[in-house]
Write a protein that binds this ligand. Sequence first.
Ligand code: SF4
Length: 331
Amino acid sequence: MSSKRTTESVQAQPEDLTVRILSLLKEKEKERPVRKVALQFPEGLKRKAHGISEALRRAGYEIVISGEPCWGACDLDLDLLKNSDILIHIGHAPVDERENVIFEYFSQDFDISQLEDAITSIESRRVGLITTIQHVHLLDDIIQFFSDRGIECVIAAGSERTPFKGQVLGCTFEAAKNTGCSEIVYIGTGLFHPLGVHLATGARVVAFDPYTGRTEIPDERRMLIKRHALIEKAKEARSFGILLSKKSGQRREELARKLEVLSDKADIIEIGEITPDALLNFGYDVYVNTACPRLAYDDQARFPVPVLSPQEFEIVCGAREWEEFEIDEIT
Ligand code: SF4
C-alpha cells in the first residue's frame, strides 16, 4: 500500500462544461425550439451553477436551477421539467433514458503513472478493470499502462444503469461481475464501491484512489459485524417502515410490496429525501430501505434506529439465511 499525494494530478476535463452544454442545446434545437432550460447539479458541482447559468442567459436562454438535493442521475428534478423545455442534468451518465433530459457527465483526469503503486498490490496477470463515470474516459490509456507492465485488463459492459463499459455505480456492480475475473482493480474514490464489488463478486479487489494516490484492499469483516448486529437488533422490532423512494431512478415499488408481505408489522412509507428528521415523528423501530442502497450501508450512523437493506429484512423475517447475505443492488 502506498500514499503518494496527487491533488494537482486530478483535474477536471479540459473542455469547458459551458461550451459543451451550449453545443448540446444547439443540437437539440435542430429537433425543436428550446428556450426555457432547467439545470440540475449534484452537490459537489453546485458551485458551478452561477457561471453556467450566466453564460446560458447571455446566449438567450431562460434558466432555472434546481435547488433540490441531488446525488445521482437517479434523482432527476422532474417537477422542474414540467415548466421547462429541457432539463440538463450535470455530473452523471444516465441511469435511464428520458425524453427532454440531457445528461452531461463530468470527467476528471489524473496522472496514470500513479498506478505504478497499485501494480505492486496486484496478484494476477489478468484482472477486471472498473471505475466510476469521472474516469471512464481514461480506461483505454489505463489498459495500455497495465499491458506495458504485463497485466491484461478485462473490461465488461454493465447494466442499463451504467452505459459505459467498465463503469460501476454504488447501486450496480454488473460491470465487475461480467469480467468473470477473480481479481478486480477499482479506480475511484472511497471504499464503498470496492467493498460492494468484493461482496457482489467474491473477487479480491485492489482499490486505487486517484485523489489520495492510495491503494487499499477492502476488508468486509467490520462491515459484516455491524450489519449482523443491526439484524439481531431488528429481530426485536415491533414495527417496520419500508421506505419507498419517490426519486425517478430509485423507486422499487415491486420490491417494497414483496417485502411488505413478509411481516404484518411492516408499512410502506413513500418518501422523497430520506433523512433522520423526515422519519423522526413516525417512530418505527426499524426502517427497510428500498431507495438508494448506499443509504442503509453508508448513512446508518445518522439514524437512531436500524436501517436495513431488503436482503437484511428478509433475514430478519426468516425468508433468507445469514449465510445468503448479499449486497443490495438496483438492477
Ligand atoms: S441509487 Fe444511489 S448509488 Fe445508484 S446512482 Fe443513485 S445515488 Fe448513485
